[in-house]
Design a protein around this ligand. Sequence first.
Ligand code: SAM
Length: 283
Amino acid sequence: MEINKLVQIGLEELDPVLKNPLDEVYKILIEKFQVSKLDILMNRSLEISNQEKEEYLRILSRRKKHEPLEYILQKAYFMGMPFYVNQNVLIPRFDTERSVEILVDYLEKESYHSMLEIGVGSGCVSVYLAHKFPQSTFLGVDISEEALEVANKNKTDYKALNLDLFQSDLFENVHGTFNVIYSNPPYIPTSDMEDLEPSVLEYEPQMALDGGLDGLVFYKEIASKGKKYLDDNGVLVFEIGIHQLEEIKAILEKEGFENVSYSLDYQGIPRVVWGEWRGECYV
Ligand SMILES: C[S@@+](CC[C@H](N)C(=O)[O-])C[C@H]1O[C@@H](n2cnc3c(N)ncnc32)[C@H](O)[C@@H]1O
């Protein structure tokens, strides 16, 4: 069948259910059949085999049920790099790239060369940073063994040998101290979970989203316990949810963190909050 016809079928199938059906159709064809957008636009009679057509139709029917394209294609882009994903991990979000910018600013300083990430998920943040800073050491933990399998695959794909990964409920199995601790923990208040979009609610792991009664449970635990795992002058960096800035700043200040600062995401929403730890003797 001609590729042009596949584009048409895709639009007919996805238009009633999705916002940008043409974008999605292009993404599927480009990722799945190794064609370029130019091929699709200029070489409209390019032949696609029956087997490929069947596969394309199967993808469309999954996407029609709101399954995220990233899970169907088992690939998500983060910081411009492809990462393997499946339904055991949160799909890396564009907003999380703001956290990476703050972490890079610290890791570029001479005295910041070790980082612990609590809740690595796909590993996108730690793998990206370990790849970028081969002389530094990284530890990523997650409570989910299934998520760690995904993170390990990404670690291997990017040859990030300076990243260690293991299972831990928060700091339970963590030893040693670090210059940087980072977490993008589950932060949706339990009562808001049911308002999430179907593609998130039905497909993404609840364990990666549900932040307890007020959505702040993980921030409180990590800020309070994390001090013991930070070197003097270390920094604790959090990705935060919408409307959580004031509460999380207060949590960090109450725990004795200094220079508490924040940055906005690309929509102007406070998204990253961090505080510096001078050491127990200064509190
Ligand atoms: C919001 S996701 C963030 C994933 C990844 N860091 C990212 O930004 O794409 C939160 C992660 O925390 C993990 N998690 C939940 N509870 C945890 C706990 N008690 N200890 C460690 N990790 C936990 C989840 O399995 C999930 O992978």
